[in-house]
Write a protein that binds this ligand. Structure first.
Ligand code: ATP
Ligand code: MG
Length: 474
């Protein structure tokens, strides 16, 4: 049975009346579940610990512990447990009390077998769905770590797949994307997954290369080739021999040096300043820039031939705002990092803090998120980070983005209020790892309304319900 859903769904039945117990277990046998049962209510909790049931069916009036007491303790032990109560002494009060204590349903005795089967059948389906979702989640979690990067968004998963495919083969690659999106991490991944991973990974910050020093830095120089050149010196190309040269901020490379750079990349040889004979090198190039090189080419600041040479493989990192589903994962990743760094236990964020981070525009992308959490972890007065621990710009985040029309057209969803409700609901649910119960509480709507908001159909008459402060902060 249900080999695809992990393990069997387990049901524990507790009823002091053996006949009634028999009836219920017989009715459930056809549902293909694993059943355990007892007539002793004091055995219910120890059995629960041993069997870890998904569904618990309880008689209300029992000697020892009452069904209500077992319900309370059982839900305390496992808040995802579905509990059904049965009683021959039905009253509205006890039904309400049971539901408030977290019971999924309440049945009258004598038990209507068909009703029981259909209701428990529904719960079983739900448990199986949950198991499947949890398994998918676990599979996702395995693929989210890649060479020091974490991400779950489809765009990033695609990028990881491309890196894996090109890394063994590329000679030159160009990594583009806005500041703080992880270009350097991608460059290192390309190196680590290549056949040259044992060779050096040499970083050259092109923005620091002035026209006068660029040639010597990249290609080296001979003794006496200029005042102060006391001895022969290898350049970065030679240093990267047998490995990868990372040309960071390639867009800032002085134009005068670009032709020589192209030649070195193409011929795989360098001429030290003052030397007469070129030297052979074996170097892979990864270049990175947050500029649009096409614009630089149009402005005659970048050579088109060099661009074509470098961009044979082009990898582009998206803005963090375009992959918000990565934010919760990144938060966890950086919280682990900072709490180890500060030797300060940080368990997580309270829900308003989490909502703020999920909705913020992140102009500085992942680096800004990393620094924000570093700051907040430092400021936090307890193990839980609160909104007050964030710097100003995060607190005023969404409002600021909306106040700046230039930014709002790209960063802020220009949609109707109705659409915004749906968008916001979805984001909050995502940021809570799909915990709809908490999401509904935060949003200040009923679970039914939340489900309506999440379905693509336009919500109907639910405007009477209040939205929470985090929603109105929009
Ligand atoms: N997917 C990710 N997972 C974990 N950490 C990340 C991720 N992306 C970026 N980072 C971290 O964010 C910071 C910025 O990344 P990186 O230096 O690679 O950005 P960049 O694109 O090179 O930025 P710039 O254009 O400003 O140089 C680093 O501390 C990096 O470790
Ligand atoms: Mg960088």
């Amino acid at each position: 049975m249900s080999t695809h859903s992990g393990r069997e769904v387990r049901v524990l039945v507790v009823d002091d009346d053996p006949l009634s117990l028999e009836l219920v277990t017989a009715a459930l046998e056809q549902e293909g579940v694993e059943i355990a049962s007892t007539t002793d209510s004091r055995q219910a909790l120890p059995m629960m610990r041993a069997q870890r049931p998904d569904i618990l069916i309880l008689d209300l009036m029992m000697p020892g512990l009452t069904g209500m007491q077992v319900l309370e303790q059982a839900r305390e032990q496992d808040s995802t447990l579905d509990v059904i109560l049965m009683t021959a002494h039905y009253s509205t009060e006890s039904a309400v009390e049971a539901i408030q204590k977290g019971a999924a349903d309440y049945f009258n005795k004598p038990i209507d077998v068909e009703k029981l089967q259909s209701r428990v059948g529904g719960l079983i389906e739900e448990v199986r769905r949950r198991q499947r979702a949890r398994r998918l989640d676990e599979e996702m979690v395995e693929t989210v770590r890649f060479e020091g990067m974490v991400a779950r968004s489809p765009v990033m998963q695609d990028l990881f797949a491309r890196i894996r495919r090109v890394a063994p083969h590329f000679r030159t690659a160009l990594v583009t994307g806005p500041t703080g999106t992880g270009k350097e991490l991608v460059a290192r991944a390309l190196h680590n997954l290549s056949a040259k991973s044992n060779g050096p990974f040499v970083v050259c910050n092109c923005a620091a290369l002035t026209e006068t020093i660029a040639e010597g830095e990249l290609f080296g120089h001979m003794r006496g080739s200029f005042t102060g050149a006391q001895q022969d010196k290898a350049g970065l190309f030679e240093a990267a021999h047998g490995g990868t040269l990372f040309l960071d901020e390639i867009g800032e490379m002085p134009l005068s040096i670009q032709a020589k750079l192209l030649r070195a990349v193409q011929q795989q040889e360098v001429l030290r300043v003052g030397a007469t004979a070129p030297r052979k090198v074996d170097v892979r190039i990864v270049a990175a820039t947050n500029r649009t090189l096409k614009d630089s080419i149009a402005h005659k600041e970048f050579r088109e031939d060099l661009f074509f040479r470098l961009s044979m493989v082009q990898l582009t990192l998206p803005r963090l705002a375009d992959r918000r589903e990565d934010i919760p994962l990144l938060i966890q990743h950086f919280l682990d990092h900072w709490s180890a760094e500060y030797n300060k236990p940080i368990a997580g964020l309270d829900h308003r803090a989490l909502t703020l981070l999920t909705l913020y525009a992140w102009p500085g992308n992942v680096r800004e998120l990393e620094n924000t959490l570093g700051y907040a972890a430092m400021m936090a007065r307890s193990a839980t980070i609160m909104p007050r621990d964030f710097p100003e710009e995060i607190l005023g985040g969404p409002a600021k983005a909306a106040a700046n029309p230039a930014e709002s057209s790209t960063d802020y969803p220009l949609v109707s209020l109705e659409e915004m409700r749906r968008l916001h609901a979805r984001r909050v649910v995502e940021s809570l790892g799909d915990d709809k119960v908490r999401a509904a509480a935060i949003l200040g709507v009923s679970r039914a309304t939340l489900y309506r908001l999440l379905s693509d159909a336009a919500p109907e008459n639910d405007r009477d319900e209040e939205t929470s402060p985090s929603a109105s902060a929009l």
